[in-house]
Write a protein that binds this ligand. Structure first.
Ligand SMILES: CC(C)(COP(=O)(O)OP(=O)(O)OC[C@H]1O[C@@H](n2cnc3c(N)ncnc32)[C@H](O)[C@@H]1OP(=O)(O)O)[C@@H](O)C(=O)NCCC(=O)NCCS
Length: 175
């Protein structure tokens, strides 16, 4: 049966999210394609919650108000803060239910108001991360191309796909 996506919310993290966060933040399958380090200790998970609480836009994706993932909008520094990087990750057991798509829609409905200087929201995906590309396509991001040797991680240069969403694009309906 399809999930009732009205149960999905995006809200600031709370310290009481620790046990729920641990379930996904300690899972390599969830963190693998992201800028998140997999939490190995509970102290690392507490540090991640603290960092999210103090950041202007690193929020919890919740099912019935329990944390099942994370979504962030990270503006670049200084004069480049008009652009920001979007990222997200969902607990493995919740993949394939439309949750990331709903969470990105919620964030698109908020981000350009909360960060009024934002002129470009961009997201990077690995070429093989078809699920993430599909999420971005469904909510109206435009695929711009491949950035060659753009990231260096764990000894490898990476050629990500880049997608963008501008404030002039149509904000998708939350349904
Ligand atoms: C990527 C991720 C966030 C997707 O979350 P999700 O809640 O499963 O996404 P949704 O259910 O909203 O949408 C996934 C879409 O991708 C499609 N999809 C999934 N795997 C696919 C594949 N191998 N090839 C093509 N499409 C695929 C689904 O069918 C769905 O599209 P549809 O609604 O048209 O059927 C989740 O897999 C995740 O957390 N992965 C690890 C972290 C990560 O990769 N984050 C993104 C970094 S850029």
């Amino acid at each position: 049966m399809a999930m009732d996506l009205s149960r999905i919310t995006v809200r600031p993290f709370k310290l009481s999210d620790l046990e729920d966060m641990w379930l996904w933040a300690s899972d390599d399958r969830v963190t693998y394609n992201t800028r998140l380090d997999t939490c190995v200790t509970k102290e690392q998970a507490v540090a991640l919650i603290d960092e999210c609480i103090t950041h202007e836009f690193k929020k919890s994706i919740c099912l019935d108000d329990r944390s099942i993932g994370i979504i962030w909008v990270i503006p670049w520094a200084g004069d480049a803060k008009f652009k920001a990087d979007l990222g997200y990750a969902i607990g493995f057991n919740y993949w394939g239910k439309g949750i990331a798509t709903k969470a990105v829609k919620i964030v698109l409905s908020q981000a350009f108001h909360v960060l009024p200087y934002l002129k470009r929201l961009q997201a990077f995906t690995l070429v093989e991360n078809k699920a993430s590309q599909r999420v971005l396509q469904k909510v109206g991001f435009q695929r711009e191309g491949v950035l060659r040797n753009f990231f260096y991680a764990k000894g490898n240069f990476i050629d990500p796909l880049v997608y963008s969403f501008l404030p002039t694009n149509e904000i998708p309906n939350l349904d």
